[in-house]
Ligand binder design. Structure first.
Ligand code: MTE
Length: 347
């Protein structure tokens, strides 16, 4: 991945500490107090809608998104809150909503961290359909509504570790990937699952750019047993709210024990395969980005170390470096998937 040196990061990309601290306090302590007092619904500026009192995290009311459709609004009316325990929850401080939605990687909208939020307002996500192909009993093209219909939404608070050595903590809204994949009845030959992002050149300046380095569509893939692990998640929202375009609307993959580039955004195709699929970053630079891409502090990127990470947000004056954990702290849930593998070889 192309990385900016800290010196190249524009001050405008950085939220002053006082601002994010205030926001965080507002979202946690303030929110709790108001909710505890039963006042939230009485204060229009907070407008905690629907089941906001149960969820662990909400987008700030003045930043919440308009519902993409009536059926999606209904779907979001009932979301199961994250439990109080790992692995579907972490007590580590949440990344403020504004940072999670303004510091993004989504090369279809540009290569700078601020490009996806700045350039994605025209992105069209309704109507949306997903093509299911390959080694399955039930191939076809399904509308997003059909895809989501049987799945109850839940909140999961996961660590999100980018291969570029920054990390966040994000409250995702979605449902287990395994539940979705099983519905299409994978055959015995389905050993891998491949995902593709939409190519929408009229709304995606990164795709039109002559400087684009990615061969579109963006592709990712998982081994079938990885995809079936209960941690793998299809997300349709963040912070109790609909997924913003820059974060991968309307539906993106979350694989919290892997580097963020496995978390393909704005999915329009799921292909079940017998053989390992080609994936975007592995095709571009195989010696730097493996197919597995498991978070691993012992296997360094050829150009930088992977045993520490910068927990965002940061300021020019204060940077929080923390130790990176094997499988991003989810070893108990996933280490068995790789028990006979040399993780330095299959990085
Ligand atoms: N999906 C698509 N289609 N295009 C991309 O450029 N970037 C990946 C991943 N999914 C990317 C993508 C990378 S490198 C990361 S780290 C995460 O999205 C970033 O997700 P976030 O912006 O929600 O933090």
């Amino acid at each position: 991945m192309l990385i900016k040196k800290p010196a190249d990061i524009k001050p405008s990309e950085i939220t002053p500490e006082t601002v994010y601290r205030n926001r965080r306090e507002f979202m946690t302590e303030g929110g709790k107090l108001l909710l505890g007092a039963g006042l939230a619904s009485a204060i229009p500026s907070l407008a905690f809608a629907q089941n906001g009192d149960k969820l662990k995290a909400r987008a700030p009311a003045n930043l919440t998104r308009t519902p993409p459709s009536a059926w999606m609004k209904d779907k979001f009316a009932d979301i199961k809150a994250a439990p109080d325990m790992e692995p579907y929850f972490t007590s580590e401080a949440l990344t403020p909503y504004t940072d999670a939605t303004r510091y993004n990687n989504f090369y279809e909208f540009g290569m700078d961290k601020g490009d996806p939020s700045a350039n994605s307002s025209e992105f069209k996500t309704d109507p949306w359909s997903v093509e299911i192909t390959g080694e399955v009993g039930k191939p076809g093209t399904y509308t997003l509504e059909d895809i989501l219909k049987p799945h109850a939404l839940e909140e999961r608070i996961y660590r999100h570790r980018c291969v570029e050595a920054w990390s966040m903590v994000i409250p995702w809204i979605g449902f287990p990937l395994a539940d979705l994949l099983k519905r299409f009845e994978p055959t015995a030959k389905a050993k891998y699952v491949e995902f593709e992002t939409i190519v929408q050149p009229d709304t995606m300046p990164g795709i039109r750019s002559r400087f684009a380095i990615v061969r579109w569509p963006y592709r990712e893939g998982l081994r079938m047993d990885e995809a079936m692990n209960p941690l793998a998640f299809m997300a349709v929202g963040i912070y109790g709210d609909y997924m913003p375009p820059q974060n991968g609307a309307p539906m993106r993959l979350i694989v919290p024990w892997k580097y963020g580039f496995k978390g393909i955004k704005s999915i329009v195709k799921i292909n079940f395969r017998e053989t390992q699929p080609h994936t975007t970053w592995n095709d571009l630079q195989a010696n730097e980005y493996g197919f597995f891409a498991n978070v691993n502090p012992n296997v360094h990127h050829p150009r930088w170390r992977q045993d520490m990470e910068r927990r965002l947000p940061q300021t020019l004056f204060s940077r929080q470096y923390i130790e990176t954990k094997l499988f991003n702290g989810y070893a108990e849930q996933v280490a068995s998937l790789y028990k006979d593998m040399d993780l330095a070889r299959y990085y």
